[in-house]
Design a protein around this ligand. Structure first.
Ligand SMILES: [Zn+2]
Length: 435
């Protein structure tokens, strides 16, 4: 009897310690938050349907106003102070900037704590008016398709419904939740960049809601690439190509020389990519071309590398094939890179723990997987963490027929977003680098 009791006690001990070790390996999910995420899923799909139905390309002012009005209504319903801000006066313009930019949505919700959290998404798309007909909203199996649904309708939807969940929980431990939804992200944020940088510096953390990775790669990002375009213009002299070619200065010949002598500026070891992407020249077939132009697209991981490429190009274009040609360069800086910083990594790794609560694995790559985003401007002048990629998983951004989000990612991503905000607000998430 004695032995038997001992054995029962031992069995109980083993069971208890096994349970404890399992519990510590995978912390229990917050069941209330998890249930709310499941409940919000159909509502989020309805929101996506509504957002996809509005065409709002970066230059489609009417569509952007329509989208802005809808978002003001939705955020006001959530108790936010919502406004549309005109950023035209402060825009940094280049040759591709449209004359007038759409207004930016800012929604502010005040809580009872002191942490200030910035949530980012964008309402513009790369698509022209009329393209919705080729990519209407539709559900097919695990995927929801639609124009701009991954980039970045889903980001807006996740923010709206994560805040809805916080309200349902009566969670108000944050000081301020600021939502900024820009209208010029796809054209390099010429108007909203200053506001993004200012708000990034004023908040304790920035979570950006671009997509959370393609199928099979569930992630958030610590870094995004920076970009620039180097536009080389050659001026030559026109002449009849049949009767007096020797009187001309062939701008296309000179441009070809410039293109060839600047083909080697990429450096994969530091993530620097420099490629010629556009070229044109000449006027008609029987004239020695008096002008030609080519554009090099440059991507970097580090801010200083842009300056390096610019300096090299300025030096090299002095070496000409045709001494009488004039070669000029216009170096147009696009987005700065978002550089992976320890403080952002610490916050992202906290997100990884939150994701593990629901049995999911969140990847936190250091290197960018795609182009630049607004997170880079938010991170330009702050020591606070900035993490990109809190949106839904999906694929096919900037395509003409196949942009989609993964429906099974809705619940985990809502859970992640709501729990991140909760832990940052209540001081449980690190806002300084982990030693
Ligand atoms: Zn985007």
């Amino acid at each position: 009897m004695k032995i038997c009791l001992k054995s029962i006690a031992y069995t109980t001990f083993v069971a208890l310690s096994t349970w404890l070790s399992t519990a510590s390996a995978q912390p229990a999910a917050n069941e209330t938050v998890s249930a709310l995420a499941a409940k919000e899923r159909p509502a989020l799909i309805e929101t996506l349907k509504e957002l996809v139905a509005i065409e709002s390309g970066s230059t489609d002012l009417e569509g952007l106003e329509q989208m802005g009005a809808l978002l003001v209504k939705r955020f006001t319903q959530l108790g936010a102070r919502a406004e549309l801000i005109d950023v035209n006066a402060e825009a940094t313009r280049n040759s591709r900037t449209p004359e007038k930019l759409g207004r930016v949505l800012r929604a502010t919700i005040t809580g009872k704590g002191d942490k200030k959290i910035l949530l980012l998404a964008h309402m513009d798309t790369v698509y022209r008016r009329g393209m919705l007909a080729g990519q209407p909203f539709k559900i097919d199996g695990d995927r929801a398709y639609g124009l701009g649904i991954a980039d970045d309708r889903q980001g807006i939807a996740v923010i709206l419904h994560a805040i809805t969940m916080l309200h349902a929980l009566n969670f108000r431990d944050y000081g301020t939740l600021t939502v900024l939804i820009t209208a010029d992200e796809e054209i390099g944020s010429p108007g909203s960049r200053h506001l993004l940088t200012k708000l990034g510096a004023e908040h304790d953390a920035t979570l950006s809601f671009e997509g959370g990775g393609p199928p099979g790669n569930d992630n958030v990002s610590l870094a995004t690439s920076g970009s620039a375009n180097a536009i080389i213009t050659v001026r030559g002299r026109a002449a009849h190509s049949g009767s007096a070619p020797h009187l001309g200065v062939n701008a296309v010949d000179e441009l070809a020389h410039q293109i060839l002598q600047n083909r080697d500026l990429s450096d994969p070891s530091i993530g620097l990519r420099a490629n010629w992407t556009l070229a044109s020249g000449g006027l008609v077939t029987n004239m020695i071309p008096p002008g030609a132009q080519a554009t090099m697209n440059i991507r970097v991981l580090r801010m200083q590398d842009l300056g390096g490429v610019e300096a090299k190009l300025r030096e090299r274009i002095k070496n000409k094939l045709l001494p009488l040609s004039v070669v000029e360069m216009n170096f147009e800086r696009g987005r700065p890179p978002l550089e992976a910083r320890p403080v952002s990594r610490a916050l992202a790794l906290h997100g990884q723990k939150i994701y593990a609560e629901i049995g999911k694995t969140l990847n936190v790559p250091d290197v960018p997987r795609g182009g630049g985003t607004d997170a880079a401007y938010a991170g330009l002048n702050t020591g606070a963490p900035v993490v990109e990629g809190f949106g839904l998983q999906g694929f096919g951004a900037h395509t003409t027929n196949a942009e989609y989000i993964l429906i099974p990612s809705i619940k985990p991503r809502l859970y992640l977003a709501a729990r991140m905000i909760m832990d940052i607000a209540s001081g449980k998430a690190p806002l300084t680098p982990v030693k």
